[in-house]
Ligand binder design. Structure first.
Ligand code: IFM
Length: 454
């Protein structure tokens, strides 16, 4: 691999609060929708919950040591909203803010740049009880919460990400019911997507009002380009619908100044989009300093009948596509097709589509494979090196790419899959909380060191 990333390119790893922290009732933390959802029998594999996760809430000093030894210059993590506002609004819980302050100060002592994400799916349950992201009020609450965190940490954090992946929040959470809060709706899920974007825009405005010049504001989107399984017009149209739902529903308002063309027609009879108000597009389209791209796989799409013929009864995920016909390529332990070229395609595609696109980071990329007893995860090393090469190809093609974050530092709670699937460069024994770096940890450490030598 040629060492030709731009000067100053950042190398990091990513985690999120609910997936690693545990300590779900400690220091005044309130319940989140994922605590509630995980308690529903059958919702999460193995009946797993946010306990113990990787007990990072107590073991963060040792985890900082592992980050330091890895040699990353940047660390992407999220703040747990229910630690800061246990019931979703009102004054901040100082113990929650103090935890993140200690973490960030520890990062800075090691010369690691904190990339803070405000929302990685753990909505305070109290807000869900008032409608959750279906409700416009949640967008306003999110901006208040963002301002509280920004006020307390603005002197030690420069990179502020509002949302991680609003697509699964809205579609898996409010449409398919696979994620918290477990709803299966049409209009409600489309409203959730809109209010997530609105909350993002309001939060950036609130933080920017008191920002210093070095503060950067961004959002993270998952990008899975849709590929039609044949060259038929019907499959091409199905792929376009898939891209509209997963990508353009978010990227067009954020970077194109408009709602995605085709979205309203796709959901004719499902939603009247009455939740859109004058001025929302301007708020959502607030200029950003960066866009984070999470890439894992492409979606292969065939045209198919709607599962529910009656539009008024359809969920948001029922868009007349079949995504089960996978290509004949290797798959990860989660069954996801390994297609590094999809990362190049995602980055170059964004660059070509949106002239006003801010600089990009790859903010998540990683994989799961069954472990060997010696944690020699050669498949992960191959996966990461091929995807880093795909990112480099995009940078060479003119994409303003500023960094790459591997998902994830530690094994963690993989949402509805529970603890079964392990994404970590570091193995976590959940019974003892012992950390064991995998071979990929050493590979990434050596790779980063080699990049610095040029
Ligand atoms: O674990 C998740 C993460 O929380 C969001 N992006 C995808 C990862 C792997 O599924």
């Amino acid at each position: 691999m040629t060492a030709s990333f731009p000067p100053g390119f950042r190398w990091g790893v990513a985690t999120s609060a609910f997936q690693i922290e545990g300590a779900t009732t400690t220091d005044g933390r309130g319940p989140s929708i994922w605590d509630t959802f995980a308690a529903v029998p059958g919702a999460v594999a193995g009946g797993d919950t946010g306990e113990p996760a990787a007990d990072h809430y107590h073991r963060w000093p040792a985890d900082l040591g592992l980050l330091g030894d890895l040699g990353v210059d940047s660390y992407r993590f999220s703040v747990s909203w229910p630690r800061i506002q246990p019931s979703g609004s009102g004054r901040a819980e100082p113990r929650g803010l103090d935890f993140y302050r200690r973490l960030v100060e520890g990062l800075r002592e090691r010369g690691i740049e904190p990339f803070l994400t405000l929302y990685h799916w753990d909505l305070p349950q109290a807000l869900e009880d008032n409608g959750g992201w279906r409700s416009r009020d949640t967008a306003a609450r999110f901006a208040e919460y963002a301002a509280l965190v920004h006020e307390r940490l603005g002197d030690v954090v420069d990179h502020w990400t509002t949302l991680n992946e609003p697509y699964p929040c809205a579609v898996a959470g409010y449409g398919e019911g696979r994620h918290a809060p477990g709803a299966k709706e049409g209009d409600g899920a489309l409203a959730a997507a809109h209010h997530l974007l609105l909350g993002h825009g309001l939060a950036v405005q609130a933080m920017r009002a008191r920002a210093t010049p070095q503060h950067q504001f961004g959002i993270v989107l998952n990008q899975s380009p849709a590929v039609p399984v044949t060259d038929s017009a019907a499959d091409a149209a199905a792929a376009a619908r898939q891209d509209t739902l997963l990508r353009r529903q978010f990227t067009d308002p954020l970077f194109g100044g408009r709602y995605a063309p085709g979205l309203a027609a796709m959901f004719d009879g499902v939603s009247e989009f009455a939740f859109r108000r004058d001025g929302d597009l301007e708020t959502i389209g607030v200029p950003l300093d960066y866009l984070g791209v999470n890439y894992y796989y492409r979606v292969h799409v065939a045209d198919a009948p709607h599962r529910e013929p009656e539009p008024a009864l359809r969920t948001v995920a029922d868009i007349g596509v079949d995504t089960s016909r996978l290509p004949d390529v290797p798959r990860t332990g989660m069954g996801w097709p390994v297609e590094p070229e999809g990362l190049t395609e995602a980055l170059v595609g964004l660059h070509n589509r949106y002239p006003a696109l801010p600089p990009l980071y790859v903010t998540e990329n990683g994989c799961v494979y069954p472990d060997r007893s010696d944690f020699a995860d050669y498949e992960r090393i191959t996966f990461l090196s091929e995807h880093i090469e795909a990112a480099r190809t995009a940078a060479m093609a003119g994409v303003d790419l500023r960094g790459y974050f591997c998902w994830s530092l530690l094994d963690n709670f993989e949402w509805a899959h529970g603890y079964k699937h392990r994404f970590g460069l570091i193995h976590v024994d959940y019974a003892t909380q012992a950390r064991t770096p995998r071979a990929s940890y050493r590979w990434y450490r050596d790779f980063i060191a080699a990049q610095r030598l040029g």
